[in-house]
Every structure is written in structure tokens, then in C-alpha cells.
Write a protein that binds this ligand. Structure first.
Ligand code: ADP
Length: 450
């Protein structure tokens, strides 16, 4: 842009001066040719006399030659060419009958030359040559050039200054963002990018912060999970160690006690395998790799689970009943549904007192398949209801352990159901006891539905 600013106006102005000269100089030459016309032949006297009448032209030099090119008149006093033969191309061209005009801008001056033949009865009897050396217009042009140059320098400096300031502000913000990214990468999840302003970089900073928030939450959950899981695994392992040590270190231990201890070891091992199974199940759910779902009728799965659980319920003297209505088909896998029913009914029986009752109901409600498992046990303290679906959360740790719980059953239920677009909630019944309600989106047998 600056280059254009520095060349284009100058070229246009130069062209304008050329055009002006192209009319004025040949005009002056015509006036002189006119004053010489009427002379039969040209000699020094009659030319001098004729030229004396021509008004002051302001030209640098005027030459008049005869038809052979010999100079008869020269305005230059020192170094006058009168009597010599002029060999300027312009004069040669004029003597051949052409009107000539040339103009050049050189060394801070416009140098214009024009020449024309002088005729007498269509015979070329001589030539007039004029030369103008104009520094005035050139000075104007140079002034313009200088101003444009100063303007360009000013614009250049301002633009440069602004770009430096802007890029500094930009790189400073990017630098802050980079520092924050590196800190978080190194594990400082509590670090936040503090970028002020409302521009895109500040927005990226905010997005980065909310991303880091989520990362921190996930990371905290992961750490808690790992520490809880190792703690859960440690307890049965410690019990096994204790039992084996007792057997090994007791002299003359009687076979009945040994059997008792070994049975306990077996129980703890069973607990360990339950925990690891549950952990594996959760890890699979976390990984997001799911089995391809199919349309499953929940009722047969429920019936099968009820048959299985009735033995456990009978053992605990708990009355287990179920009822079902409507076509209850959902998009999932049989194993998932079995797992959900099993975990909920298992809890209901586990946390019911002897002589209690557990009622399971399955029905379709509009576009949902609703499964509810209600018991008349101790219920859940209201404050704990939102937390019982968390991993390893138990209202009463000792009771859960004693009942063979892992603290993972409800997390598995929630994750399994949510992965298929459903939901699960817990509540206390007015009559006492807890009720768990699972909702799956209904899917018609043919694959349509909600
Ligand atoms: P657990 O293996 O301990 O049963 P869950 O995840 O299945 O683990 O359940 C979490 C906690 O929720 C239990 O420890 C228990 O305190 C509470 N809970 C679950 N089901 C019931 C229920 N039917 N009645 C009362 N409390 C329940």
C-alpha cells in the first residue's frame, strides 16, 4: 500500500506535466514559425528581425536554422551556435517536414524539446527548435514526493507500533494459556488460566477452565475409587492373613476349629471375588463398550430372577412376591436386566428383617417400562438417599458387610440403566421400608416405540 502511495500519484502528476508541456511548447514553436512565415528565404538578419517581435516565451533556448541546418538564430548568448550546423535529431526531423515534441523528467527537471519546419510556398526553408528546462514543476513534484514519503513513514511507524502492541497482548495471553495447559498436564488440576477480556483467547481460557474443572472432578472420583477399592480388597485379605496365621501359629489345633477357620477363609475369598466381579462390571460400564442391545421382554427375565431369589428369601423368611402387566419390552440385553433386578431384589431381601415382605412390580406406563422393588425393612435415612448410588457408599458399613454387600450394587444398577437411556431412583415408603423404581424407555417388539 505504501509503495503504491509513493509511486502512483507521482506517475500521474508526471504524466499531467508531460501533457501540459505537449500543448504549450509546440504552441510557442507555432507562434515563432508563424512570425517567420512569409519570408522567402531565411538569413540571420531577417530571422533576428522576425524573432524580435515574438513575445518573451520563458524558454531556455530557441534555435532557427536554414534548410541545410545552419543555425541563423540562437537565444543563448554565451556559446551561441550561430553559423554552426545543428545536428539535433529534432532539427533533422523538422527539416524533413515533421513536427516533433519530446519531454523527459531527468535530474530534477522537465526537459522538453519541440521543433517544426518553416515553409515558404510548401518548400521547407528552415526549422525552429525550442528547448525548455523546467525546474519549477519538478520542484512541485519533488515536494509532493517528500510529503508522501513523510506520510508513509508516519503511517508505517504507527502501523508497526500498533502491530507490536497487539501481538504483544496476544502472545502474552497465549503464553498464559500455554502455562496453564502445561501445569494441568503435569497434574496440577487445581490450576486455572486467568485471562482477562472477552476476546476469543479469553473464551478459550474459560473453556479450558471448565474442561479442567471436569478433569479435576473425574480425577478426584478416580482417586477416591482406587483408594476405596484397595481398602475394600484389603479388609478380606487382612482377614485371610489373620485366619491363616491363627491356624499356623496355634499348636495342636483341633480339626473342628481348623474347619471353622478355613470356612471363614472361604467366605472372605468369596467376598473378594464378589468385589472383583463388581469392579470388573463397573470398569466395563465405564469403558463405554456395550453389547449390542436387542428388544428384550423383561417379564421372562423377571420370572427367572424371582425363581432364583425365592430360595434366598425363604432362607431369610422374607415373603417375596411379584406382579406384572402390559407388554414390557425394552432395548437392552437380558444379562443387564437380570443384573438390575438381581441387585435390587437382593438388597431388598438383605435389608429386610425376618418376617418382612418384598414386592416387585413390572408395568408399562405410557412410553416407559417401570420396575419397582419395595420392601418393608428399615428404609434409608433421607440424607443418604442421594448418595447410595455412589460407589462403595453404604449407610451402615458393618451391616452391609455382614450381609455380604460390596457397596457397588446400586452403582452398577444406575450405570447399567443409564447406559440404555433409563433412570433409577430410591425413596422411602410411608408405611416404612424403601422402594426403588427403574424406568426404561419402552420399545415395541417390532423395534419401533419410543
Ligand atoms: P451394598 O452391597 O452395601 O448393598 P449397594 O450399592 O447395593 O451396596 O447399596 C448401597 C447402600 O444403600 C447399602 O449399603 C444400604 O445402606 C443402602 N440400601 C440399598 N438398598 C436398600 C434397601 N432396600 N433398604 C435399605 N437400605 C438399602
Amino acid at each position: 500500500m505504501l509503495l503504491l502511495l509513493n509511486t502512483y500519484p507521482l506517475l500521474v502528476s508526471e504524466d499531467l506535466v508531460f501533457r501540459a508541456k505537449e500543448t504549450t511548447l509546440p504552441n510557442s514553436v507555432s507562434v515563432m514559425v508563424y512570425s517567420l512565415s512569409g519570408l522567402e528565404r531565411l538569413d540571420e538578419e531577417n530571422v533576428a528581425a522576425a524573432m524580435a517581435v515574438v513575445e518573451e516565451t520563458g524558454l531556455s533556448r530557441i534555435l532557427v536554422t536554414d534548410s541545410a541546418g545552419k543555425v541563423l538564430y540562437d537565444t543563448r548568448e554565451t556559446g551561441s551556435a550561430v553559423g554552426e550546423y545543428a545536428v539535433y535529431t529534432e532539427i533533422v526531423q523538422a527539416l524533413l517536414g515533421n513536427d516533433v515534441f519530446t519531454c523527459r523528467y531527468q535530474n530534477r527537471a522537465f526537459r522538453s524539446r519541440a521543433s517544426s519546419p518553416v515553409l515558404y510556398q510548401n518548400q521547407i526553408i528552415g526549422a525552429v527548435y525550442a528547448y525548455e528546462y523546467d525546474t519549477e514543476q519538478a520542484a512541485l513534484l519533488e515536494g509532493l514526493q517528500g510529503n508522501l514519503m513523510r506520510l508513509s513513514i508516519f503511517i508505517g511507524v504507527v502501523v508497526l507500533g500498533l502491530s507490536v502492541l497487539l501481538s504483544r497482548a496476544l502472545t502474552r495471553k497465549i503464553g498464559q494459556l500455554l502455562t496453564a495447559i502445561r501445569q494441568v498436564r503435569e497434574g496440577a488440576y487445581s490450576h486455572r488460566a486467568n485471562i482477562r477480556g472477552r476476546d476469543e483467547i479469553a473464551q478459550i481460557g474459560q473453556e479450558f477452565n471448565s474442561l479442567t474443572d471436569r478433569l479435576q472432578t473425574t480425577e478426584n472420583a478416580r482417586r477416591r475409587f482406587v483408594s476405596d477399592a484397595s481398602h475394600e480388597l484389603k479388609t478380606p485379605l487382612a482377614a485371610i492373613r489373620l485366619l491363616t496365621d491363627s491356624i499356623l501359629q496355634t499348636d495342636n489345633i483341633d480339626p473342628a476349629t481348623t474347619r471353622e477357620f478355613v470356612a471363614d477363609i472361604g467366605q472372605e475369598a468369596e467376598r473378594l471375588s464378589r468385589i472383583t466381579e463388581d469392579l470388573l462390571r463397573l470398569t466395563r460400564l465405564d469403558s463405554g463398550v456395550l453389547e449390542t442391545p436387542v428388544v428384550v421382554d423383561v417379564l421372562p427375565v423377571l420370572e427367572q430372577a424371582m425363581r432364583m431369589m425365592s430360595l434366598v428369601a425363604q432362607e431369610k423368611n422374607v415373603d417375596l412376591t411379584y406382579e406384572a402387566a402390559g407388554s414390557c419390552t425394552v432395548l437392552a440385553t437380558k444379562d443387564e436386566i437380570h443384573q438390575v433386578i438381581y441387585n435390587l431384589v437382593d438388597n431388598a431381601v438383605k435389608y429386610s428383617a425376618a418376617g418382612g415382605s418384598v414386592q416387585v412390580s413390572l408395568r408399562r406406563k405410557e412410553e416407559q417400562v417401570v420396575l419397582s422393588v419395595a420392601d418393608n425393612g428399615s428404609g434409608i435415612p433421607e440424607a443418604d438417599i442421594p448418595k447410595i448410588f455412589e460407589r462403595f457408599y453404604r449407610v451402615d458399613k458393618a451391616r452391609s458387610r455382614a450381609a455380604g454387600g460390596t457397596g457397588l450394587g446400586l452403582s452398577i444398577v444406575r450405570d447399567t440403566v443409564q447406559k440404555r437411556g433409563g433412570s433409577v431412583e430410591a425413596a422411602n415408603r410411608l408405611a416404612g421400608g424403601a422402594v426403588f423404581t427403574v424406568r426404561w424407555p419402552w420399545r415395541s417388539q417390532g423395534g419401533g416405540g419410543a
